[in-house]
Write a protein that binds this ligand. Structure first.
Ligand code: MG
Length: 327
């Protein structure tokens, strides 16, 4: 098995080999300056993109977990999850069933999409996993990809086929669903398909008032004729979606994870970094990453730090704006 923490560090490799170290210091260096055009609206003055961790295979699904003082990240292709802090990184869950997207519910419980088991689970305070969703209309889900929890406690998730198409990210199978749905699991346990017009739905996020849902369509990643765009919906009573429209197309790669700041700006992981738009769709620029940026998350003590998952790396940059829901 490859060095699970930091392949570049002989010192750390030796410590790991001796079984002495579970929490490792992070690489102390800053990457290239963050772009400064329209992004001055969101970046802290002098902000630089810093590397917190670079020993993964394919990092996704970041979520800030205050009680753990760090960021839970899914290293999808390594079949494990990590806890990344400002002072080091350790394994959080292994095996992880090729986990991908993560979110917290209103009680701070971690909700996770599992490619390999084709389900969405919740971690209880005692560490047990409760299955929230694993089938629809009597058939297994495809491979839940990303998840968000609404104000009313409903769990919304996307169900594309990446985790059953790609043996590095799950187990190869044929889909048994008639579409790649966006699902809503209401607090009572009822699972509804709330959108069926996607080829590969991916990240999803709510506006700060919960009245708009953004969903990424990432089918352009597999098919030259596919779409690469973020769609928006109005959210009505009971989670009914109306007024579907294209919020923005993405020309550089595809939109993967989505996050919203406190003023409603939309942040998306794309082919070259985190792309940012105002709520009216005005693009502000891209916070650059080395290689594609899959997913992003707000965090830190006050929600003004943006974490970026970019291939093997987890990066961070300071913002002057907060993520929605942080205070
Ligand atoms: Mg995704």
């Amino acid at each position: 098995m490859a060095d699970p923490i930091h392949p570049q560090s002989l010192h750390r490799r030796a410590l790991l080999g001796a079984g002495l170290l579970t929490l490792l210091p992070r690489p102390l260096r800053a990457e290239a300056p963050a772009a400064s055009d329209g992004l001055a609206e969101v970046l802290a003055p002098g902000a630089r993109v810093e590397t917190l961790y670079e020993g993964g295979r394919w990092c996704e699904g970041p979520v800030w977990v205050k009680r753990l003082g760090g960021l839970v990240v899914s290293d999808v292709r390594s079949n494990r999850m990590l806890l990344v802090t400002e002072s080091g990184t350790r394994t959080f869950r292994e095996p992880s069933a090729n986990a991908n997207g993560n979110a917290l519910d209103g009680e701070g419980r971690l909700i996770t999409c599992e490619h390999r088991n084709r389900r969405v689970v919740r971690e209880e305070p005692d560490g047990r996993l409760t299955v929230l969703a694993e089938s629809f209309e009597g058939q297994p889900l495809n491979s839940p990809n990303d998840v968000v929890v609404a104000r009313d406690g409903a769990v919304w998730f996307t169900d594309p086929t990446y985790g059953i198409d790609n043996p590095e990210e799950g187990i190869t199978r044929s889909s048994e669903q008639r579409a790649r749905f966006v699902f809503r699991l209401d607090p009572g346990g009822r699972l509804d398909a709330v959108a069926d017009g996607f080829v590969q739905p991916n990240g999803l996020a709510f506006s700060p008032d919960g009245r708009v849902l953004y969903v990424g369509e990432s089918s352009g990643s597999q098919n030259p004729g596919g779409r690469s765009e973020i769609r928006a919906f109005d959210v009505g009573d009971g989670g009914r979606l109306t007024r579907e429209r294209v919020f923005s197309t993405v020309v550089d790669g595809v939109p993967d994870g989505l996050r919203i700041d406190a003023q409603g700006r939309v942040f998306a992981g794309t082919g070259s970094g985190a792309r940012v738009w105002r709520p009216d769709g005005t693009p502000l620029g891209t916070i650059p990453t080395p290689g594609p940026c899959a997913n992003i998350a707000f965090g830190g003590p006050d929600g003004r730090r943006l974490f970026l998952c970019a291939g093997p790396s987890v990066l961070a940059v300071n913002l002057k704006v907060r993520g929605a829901g942080f205070s």
